[in-house]
Each structure stands twice: as C-alpha cells, then as structure tokens.
Design a protein around this ligand. Sequence first.
Ligand code: ARG
Length: 461
Amino acid sequence: MALWAGRFSKEVDETVNAFNSSIAFDARMYAQDIRGSIAHATMLGDCGIIEKSESEAIITGLKGILQDLQEGTLEFDPNAEDIHMFVEAELTKRLGSTGKRLHTARSRNDQVALDIRLYLRDEMEHIKKLILDLMQTICDIAEQHTETIMSGYTHLQRAQPITFAHHILAYAQMLKRDYERICDAVDRMNECPLGSGALAGTTYAVNRQQTSDLLGFRQPVENSLDGVSDRDFCIELCCALSLLMTHLSRFSEEIILWCSWEFKFIELDDAYATGSSIMPQKKNPDVTELIRGKTGRVNGDLITLLSMMKGLPLAYNKDMQEDKEAIFDAIDNTELCLKTFIPMLRTMRVLKDNMRKAAAKGFINATDCADYLVKKGMPFRDAYKITGTLVATCIEKDLTLETLPLADYQAMTELFAEDVYQAISLDTCVRERKSYGAPSPDAVKIQLQHLREALSSYQKS
Ligand code: ARG
C-alpha cells in the first residue's frame, strides 16, 4: 500500500506502479536522502515541531538505515516508488508511528530538489579532482617537451612551428575553465530548497536557515516555487560536463590522428590500446574513440534536460523525475572517460623525432621568411608575395626553404642575405615566438608556472 493511499479506493495498476517508480535509478541518492532527513529531523526537534525524543529516535533510526545500506544488510525494495518513500517506509517499519513524524513540514518535492543538489555537489568533488589530475598530467608531460618542435595546424594543414608542450597546454587551459565553470555552477546551485514544501512553503514554524547551515548550503532558496520547480542547476552542470567532454573529445581526436602511421607523433602504451580480431598488425586507439563517442551521449543528456524543462508550468511536474537518469548518465560517463584518459595520457610515448621531421616539411617557416623581409624594411604584403613565390619554387625543385640556394632568394630581392637560413631555422622560429602566451620555450615556461600556481590554489581551496 502506497504511503499516499488514503484518497484512493483501489490499488494502482501494476504497470503504472512500475512506470511511476524511480527507485531503480534514484536509489543511488540514498546517503544524500538520509543526510537531508537527519537535518530536517534535527530542525523539527529544535523548533519544537516534533518532540526532541522523537527527533532523536528518528535520527538514530536513519543512521541505522544508512549503515545497513552501506553494509549491504538492507536491500532496496524494487517495488518502492522512489528512494524517499523507501527510506521513510523503512524508518516507519523500524520505529512505528514515530517514523511517521519525519515527513512533517516537508514534501517529496523539496526533498528530491534537495537530494539532487546534495548528490551533484558530492559528485562534482570527484569530477573536479579528476580534472585537476588531468591538468597535472598535462603539465608534467609539457615540462618535458618545451623544446619539442612540432607543426601547429590550421585546417589540418601545417601552419607554423610550435612545441608539443605548447600544444597540449592549450588543453590544460580549457580544462582550467572547465574546472572553474563547475565551481561556479556548484556555487550557484548551493542553496537549500528544504522548507519549500510541495510548492508553497509550510505553516509550521520551521527554521530554514538551520537546515541550510546543517547541510552546508550558502543560504535557503528564496522562493518556494522556484525551490521545487527548477532544474537549471542540472542543466548548467550538464552543460559544463558537455564542454569538458568536448575538450576531451578534441584531444582524443588529435591522439587518434597522432598515433596513425600517417602522423606517428605518439605511441600509446599497450595497456591503453586494443588489437583487431582479424588484422594482426593493428593497435587501435579505442579509448580515445570511445571518449569521442561518449561526448555525443553527454550532449544528448543535455538536450534531454533542456527539452524536459522547456514547457513545464510551475511548480513540480512528474516529468522532472526524468532529470536523474540524464544527469547521472552524464556524470558517470564523464567520470569514466577522465579515469581512463589520464593514465592513457601519462603512459603514452612522445615520438619527438617524428614530430620534428614532419615540421621540417610543409613550409611552416614561410611566415618567418616573410617576417625576415619585413624586419629589413619591406611591407608585409610584398614580403608575403615574394615568400609565396619562393615556396612555389621549392615545390617545383623538390626543396625546402632551408635547402633553397641563396641565389634563388636573392633573385627575388637583394634584401636576402646568408642570415636568412638562421632566421628560418625551426629552432629560431620557435625561440623567437616569445610574445605573451606564444610557443617559445621561455614563454611556455611562464604559462606552465601560472598553471601550476592555479593548480595549487585549487588544491588548497
Ligand atoms: N521520484 C520523484 C522525482 O524524482 C520524487 C518527487 C515526487 N513528487 C511528487 N509529487 N510525485 O521527481
């Protein structure tokens, strides 16, 4: 018999019961549900809404349920409507009528709004820690490669010389924003909906500040309708996860390219690659492909949440029960991806000679060649045109700008001298790109230092 059975003259159809039930997926919030109920019971006792002794008995009972669930001596009832009903029913089974007092001045609507917030807050701590681990990993690898020259690309065409450190640190910067985005979203979410009741608050003299404080929230939600009826925090966090996954997915795509024979810039450790059932030579980057694939799935979760909310009148509607599977799926998959990606990255081998060889082709020093003329007084557009012609000559003669004879240079303009070879050597090209945030080893070391400072300030907070 449902806890709300009083008004009904017959049992709910079995299909409807199963359809309605969320215990299969909201059971994972049991610890948060119990934590919220303990705070609520404490407040009810302190405010004299229930007897102190009843409050104490309820708290002890809830702690017992928590322990039994953690130890596996109590199992979830698959027929329960949801985790909230399950805990309350179990409490009543254990305490009799005292258990029935817990739900005073509370509705499942503010209860579930609370539980999700608590759950997301807890989970985001794990995700944040994983992001920091990944940033740390990238910084450690970058440290080794501030002099490892590679080509930077635009349109996947070789463009200008950079270093491997500079390239991967771009991802560390994206992850830094992902980290901060999650912190911001958690902070905005960190208001306590408890006391909003079903939608219109409560007639009991509750102390909302107390429950908010007990549960570590910044303050109680200001509007009871808003407290139970918005899931913008789920959407915002899911969006932050989507962006994080998008960054992982782009990084994954590059790794997939880099470990192809066409690039061969890196080699994955055997523990993080897989073979083919038919082609004995294959070593496949499945981990990165799965991350790329799962990004689509997390984006799908975001669309699920947005679509679920867009037409809902205030306040609570049962549609909102759908929030959990979507946000849980986004969290589970993001966590899984981070956990696999980090050690994969840490163990990959960087084949710097191959990067260097690829950088030597493709005329990535052409801009520097033009800049050489500009520094000798020529307007950039003229210098650009001359360099273009030189590149065409090189292609025709199967040469590079480094191997093109000085005579060919000087045939274009007298401004060219022997020192052009020094100016267009890849090492010079990278070393001279020393503007703030640029790839020169010195500039990258500053970037690395700032990232390390950010990391240690995050770790302290
Ligand atoms: N299982 C429900 C959910 O996840 C809990 C809230 C139910 N409230 C209600 N009025 N039926 O949203």
